[in-house]
Write a protein that binds this ligand. Structure first.
Ligand SMILES: [Zn+2]
Length: 266
């Protein structure tokens, strides 16, 4: 579809949708949504605003419960609103990804075993944007010189590498004692499943980075009963969050070296 026609299609759909559904859901506003058409006086669901803001270029149409992707496929945003926690992790809908609010801007110790903001991922949603196979994802990667010492591969899609470049620039200004936590990176692109699961890790899409493993804590490495552990200073987390990366240290099933590009959650 020609670019301006495509944009008009989304704009028109949003006007219709938001006009019809402005009483539903909560009313927090994201004022810098990229589409000039959105009436800032109308309340509309935050999760839809965020989908449009960060991923809208992949959609042809977005309505109350469907995304029509650029290739014409229609995917329901939510097929079943009452899933068990197992279903939420293993077979979530796109809307379920917004189930737990990510706690931006604060240090928390997750207490509830369901508190894993960002770990609910609809795999198909990510594959459609970043690639279904190792080769497909690879074609969308570019290189970044991490902290001036290490070449890593990161996805160009959705501005992920641009955000990581900004992070790279800012963390280089941190004192050496803190830089140590970031360098070397323990890995970025790696087409693989999450340990102990059949689900693709965000590393598969080139949108996640692990920092220095030496200072990391991972719940699976825990010996004995569950205990939350973290050594990563919050000023590192703050810089990543500023550019759309969530931190695995905010999860009950913590992975403190892990950061992934999920701007829709911040
Ligand atoms: Zn990781």
């Amino acid at each position: 579809m020609e670019k301006s026609l495509f944009k008009k299609t989304i704009i028109f759909t949003l006007i219709v949708f938001f006009s019809c559904h402005n009483k539903e859901h909560n009313s927090e506003k994201i004022v810098d949504v990229n589409y000039e058409i959105i009436d800032s006086n109308i309340n509309y669901p935050v999760f839809l605003q965020k989908l449009v803001k960060f991923y809208g270029k992949h959609f042809k149409v977005l309505d109350s419960n469907n995304i029509v992707w650029i290739n014409g496929d229609t995917i329901e945003l939510q097929t079943n609103p009452s899933k068990t926690s197992n279903e939420l992790f293993n077979n979530p809908d796109i809307k379920d990804q917004f189930n737990t609010k990510y706690p931006t801007g604060k240090v928390i110790i997750p207490k509830d075993s369901c508190f894993d903001p960002g770990r609910i991922r609809n795999e198909d949603f990510f594959c459609r944007m970043y690639g279904y196979s190792k080769d497909e994802v690879y074609d969308n990667l570019d290189t970044l010189n991490w902290m001036g010492k290490q070449v890593i591969k990161v996805s160009k899609i959705n501005g992920c590498i641009d955000s990581l470049k900004k992070i790279n620039k800012e963390v280089m200004l941190l004192p050496d004692s803190i830089k140590e936590f970031l360098n070397p990176s323990a890995g970025c692109f790696n087409f693989r499943n999450i340990a102990g699961t059949e689900r693709l890790s965000c590393h598969s899409f080139g949108i996640a980075i692990d920092i220095n493993v030496k200072y990391s804590n991972y719940w699976r490495w825990n010996k004995g009963p569950y205990k939350y552990r973290n050594k990563i200073p919050y000023n590192i987390v703050e810089i990543f969050e500023k550019y759309g990366f969530i931190w695995g240290g905010n999860w009950y099933y913590y992975d403190t070296m892990h950061f992934e590009f999920r701007p829709e959650l911040i």
